[in-house]
Ligand binder design. Structure first.
Ligand SMILES: [Zn+2]
Ligand SMILES: [Zn+2]
Length: 423
């Protein structure tokens, strides 16, 4: 069969069999955010393109190569959001979210878009979850945000992940480190990949992040940011580590964690895993103390993280964790004869009104076919009504696992079923 319409390259459907994963991931994330007193924020999937150009940085891969930019009918230039933080900061400023309290905690989730070369686990439309914390520079907050991410991954049942931690320095000490990188790389310039040759002038830290083998070898020998932190940054970095240790959260310090975006300062972190073969990032984030001001707001420190749902779901499928269907019991309605079948709508409505999950197959008429459907649906109980039950105003309740049957009064149907399905 040749298809008339196909899904756009780099995107995918969440099929009914997979939707439970999304639902449960989102529920777990919401539940944890509630515990940490974060509140949900929802922003549009497109914004003025220069919001991202200004915040993510025009030397980032995202802005240079991967943005879905378009003009609307009035010639305004928009972009589909490539990440969540810029939009949240825009909304924070525009709605003056900092006015009620010195601390603002928000979380979000939804589709993001990057015109990336599609490959395994990488999509042009992908789903991210994330949090942002505004209003405090205290390293205590850094550890709390990292703790939320750690708790989320742990509560999902993931085991084989690591926390990698770094400090990128502040706007005072970071340029000194950039200069050290430029000095180190200048004699190697002709050996670097074309991207890195450009990064050397625009954002030298990104050289440490390059995936090209030859560049990676040089990165290993490069100077470490940790030798360039000023006193303030060094002290804060030590405090972040102390607060993580206080919570029993293990980490390794990795001075090559730089994150791909320009706005990060001080704490940067990634949760990584080998569960999918090569090393993958599950989520990552960091501090962005200058971003709110850069985008036109009052000086407000901020820190956050974001991660993708796709990798989490992939790992959970491989490791077969966390996603058994709930213990909720289901009911199947089996109606024999035209008179009984005429009551279907009324019975279904009554049961559903009372919170009972029930199914009925209008396409099947014989008892054999209906019981087969009930079996196939792995239902826990069948309700059977034929002419005889109709005349006596009764219902046969059959336990599908034991085959046991009992006759109950129709008017007692709901009160009989509720304790059964709520077990
Ligand atoms: Zn510093
Ligand atoms: Zn490179």
């Amino acid at each position: 069969m040749s298809l008339k319409y196909k899904i756009p390259r780099g995107t995918y459907d969440i099929l009914p069999e997979d939707s439970q994963f999304w639902y449960k991931l989102m529920n777990k994330f919401r539940e944890l955010c509630r515990l940490y007193n974060y509140h949900e924020i929802v922003t549009p999937i497109f914004e003025q393109a220069d919001l991202f150009e200004r915040s993510v940085g025009d030397s980032s891969d995202i802005v240079e190569k991967e943005m879905y930019k378009f003009q609307d009918k009035k010639g305004r230039v928009f972009a589909l959001r490539p990440e969540g933080t810029a939009s949240v900061v825009r909304s924070f400023i525009e709605n003056n979210l900092g006015r009620q309290s010195s601390i603002t905690r928000v979380y979000y989730s939804g589709p993001m878009f990057r015109y990336d070369r599609p490959q395994k686990g990488r999509f042009r439309q992908f789903y991210q979850y994330g949090v942002e914390h505004f209003g405090s520079e205290d390293p205590f907050v850094d550890a709390e945000v990292i703790s939320l991410a750690n708790m989320f991954l742990t509560k999902l049942g993931l085991k084989n992940f690591r926390l990698e931690l770094n400090s990128l320095g502040c706007r005072d000490c970071s340029p000194l480190y950039d200069q050290a990188l430029v000095n180190y790389y200048s004699s190697l310039k002709t050996d670097l990949c074309p991207d890195c040759q450009q990064r050397l002038t625009k954002n030298p830290k990104r050289l440490l992040d390059c995936k090209v083998d030859s560049c990676r070898n040089y990165a290993r020998e490069a100077p470490s940011i940790l030798d360039y932190l000023d006193e303030n940054c060094r002290r804060d970095f030590e405090l972040v580590q102390k607060y993580l240790t206080d919570q029993g959260i293990e980490f390794i310090v990795n001075p090559r964690i730089v994150r791909g975006l320009d706005y990060y300062v001080k704490t940067a972190f990634e949760f990584t895993t080998d569960a999918l073969g090569s090393q993958n990032t599950l989520c990552g984030g960091g501090r962005y103390d200058g971003l709110v001001e850069d985008l036109g707001g009052d000086k407000t420190p901020g820190i956050g993280f974001a991660g993708g749902f796709e990798r989490l779901i992939e790992i959970m499928k491989i490791e077969n964790i966390g996603f058994n269907e709930s213990s909720e019991k289901s009911i199947y309605l089996v109606l024999l004869g035209d008179q009984a079948r005429a009551q279907a709508a009324g019975i279904l409505h009554e049961l559903r009104t009372n919170g009972i999950k029930v199914d009925f197959d209008i396409t099947k008429t014989s008892i054999k076919a209906q019981m087969k459907s009930a079996d196939k649906a792995m239902t826990n109980y069948s309700l059977i009504i034929g002419d005889e039950e109709l005349a006596r105003k009764t219902v046969i309740l059959k336990d599908m696992s034991t085959g046991e049957q009992q006759i109950i009064q129709k008017k007692e149907l709901v009160s009989t079923l509720i304790p059964l399905v709520q077990q």
